[in-house]
Design a binder for this molecule. Sequence first.
Ligand SMILES: [Zn+2]
Length: 341
Amino acid sequence: MTDLSSFIAGLPKAELHVHHVGSASPRIVAELASRHPDSKVPTDPEALREYFTFTDFAHFIEVYLSVVDLVRTPEDVRLLTYEVARDMARQNIRYAELTITPYSSVRRGIDEYAFMEAIEDARKAAETELGVLLRWCFDIPGEAGLVSAEETARLALDRRPEGLVSFGLGGPEIGVPRPQFKPFFDRARAEGLRSVPHAGETTGPETVWDAVRLLGAERIGHGTSAARDPELLAYLADQRIALEVCPTSNIATRAVERLEDHPLRRMVDAGVLVTVNSDDPPMFGTDLNNEYAVAARLLDLDERGLGTLAKNAVEASFLDQAGKTRLAGEIDAYTERWIAG
Ligand SMILES: [Zn+2]
């Protein structure tokens, strides 16, 4: 390990854009697959590594859905959630807002009360046993249309679990215009949930404008194409609307051709509050530590710069003020200790 990567490994971090099922590492998938021997997902970690090597985006979706299909019972939900937190603890992630798509699980027949109980039970155990603070973002799977939006809003507002802080929108952007989701975001926001839609990952800056103007976005998932619109960058910077940038994911899905072309630097130069995140880490062969290393390369960051990046995520998070102050303080203390040698 180089000096900078050992620094990153020990740095206390917060992650704001990471998906629940998309965080299932080969270890977790093997465990889930062994509980459901009728699935075609391999249980051997070596075979799984191969299974997780994607030929193209369609193949990625196919594999992703086969993992979604392994989460069939409330026990599976609890295991997945707790084990994801264990993988986070190993990277010194101290706080994470995990994006969950409850519609997929409930539609597959998991009882909605049992689902909420399973994630909440895992959240409390992760906090006391692993020192990882989890919060939830419930997101609408955009490709499943307005029915899924209605159902996600109902689950978020009528079955609201204690750890739920925000309301999101994921899935493909092309052919799924954002304006149709305004009524659902209006309802969620009226009930105190924060707005964090994906936007500008695979479509242009107008989608980010829609997310801001119509969905009241307080942070943007990806926002990659915002870099093409200086007026939008200035607006995001001025309003302190943070971007949840996921560099490796952008390459894996071909949203950005090459890492050297990633607009991260332009976003930072425009004064936008930028955070880096892992999205679906095992599926994209990454983790948050690796994303920090990528950001260090793209932005020429040293230890203090990386500490600032980590604090950006704390600032942009929906953690309460006391929690923010505490975690930012830990980041500063760690950084100064490291520099002092
Ligand atoms: Zn995402």
